[in-house]
Write a protein that binds this ligand. Structure first.
Ligand code: URA
Length: 248
């Protein structure tokens, strides 16, 4: 174990190593360290401590295992919660995939939202993808009540105030009007990831979201998958995702 002052080729901050091993996010790891819950080779460490690959890390009593990284793209169905466990015993996104690793979702989709969700045990990538600076584009197909007029499209693209703060510029277009049912299908691309953001944006303009599906996440799409199915990302896609977050 070394401290910040001693640099070495394979030395990395303990919090980074813990996150990469899939134990928890880097922020959470830092919290554990601050709380004195992390030991390296039997000694409690502080926040700047760096470790090398042979160091034995123990968090809150359990040793850190070095899991292989796993990256899953899931087509989330409706009626599934985006958590690793649910206190109401509802089915979670983790129940839909077979993995021996401690994977967890990157961000969240609501219970009634369908579409593209990434799952991984790569804490570093997950943290970077969710960081506001990364500005990852996400495209949603939104069914709303009413015929969404051009003036509203302009408003939603320019940003609407939700939870006291204006949303960033977005792209939107109407894909379909259905005069019979008095509904519209709107395609909306946003790069923020605020809580219930899409629903709140439409609600703010006086519309109700009847159906919501995430079709793309950065360059990733649902192509080839049916609802409930998943696939692993290719090494090329993983590299591309890393490039997406590092270039920002
Ligand atoms: N915005 C929402 O309102 N809900 C989601 O599930 C995703 C984005």
């Amino acid at each position: 174990m070394q401290t910040d002052k001693v640099e070495g080729d394979s030395m990395e901050r303990a919090s980074k190593v813990i996150a990469r091993a899939g134990y928890c996010s880097r922020r959470k790891a830092e919290q554990y360290i601050k709380e004195g819950k992390v030991e390296v080779n039997g000694k409690i460490i502080d926040i700047g401590t760096k470790v090398n690959p042979n160091d034995l890390i123990r968090i809150d009593g359990s040793f850190l295992s070095k899991e292989e990284k796993e990256y899953i793209l899931l087509y989330k169905p409706r009626g599934i919660v985006t958590t690793t466990s649910d206190d109401k015993n509802r089915k979670t996104v983790i129940d839909l995939v077979q993995s021996t690793n401690r994977i967890y979702p990157v961000g969240r989709l609501d219970y009634d939202t369908t579409g593209l969700l990434l799952l991984t045990n790569d804490g570093d990538l997950s943290h970077l993808l969710m960081h506001p600076k990364s500005c990852i584009d996400k495209t949603y197909i939104v069914k709303i009540n009413g015929l969404f007029p051009p003036v509203m499209l302009k408003k939603i693209c320019n940003g609407v105030v939700i939870d006291g703060r204006k949303t960033a510029k977005a792209h939107a277009r109407v894909k379909k009007y259905d005069k019979k049912t008095n509904t519209s299908i709107v395609e909306l691309t946003i790069h923020e990831g605020r809580n219930h953001q899409v629903k709140k944006m439409f609600n703010q303009l006086g519309y109700q979201v009847l159906k919501l599906k995430r079709e793309t996440y950065s360059f990733l799409t649902l192509e080839g998958l049916s609802s409930g199915e998943y696939r692993h990302l290719t090494p090329k896609e993983i590299k591309k995702l890393y490039n997406e977050v590092y270039k920002k």
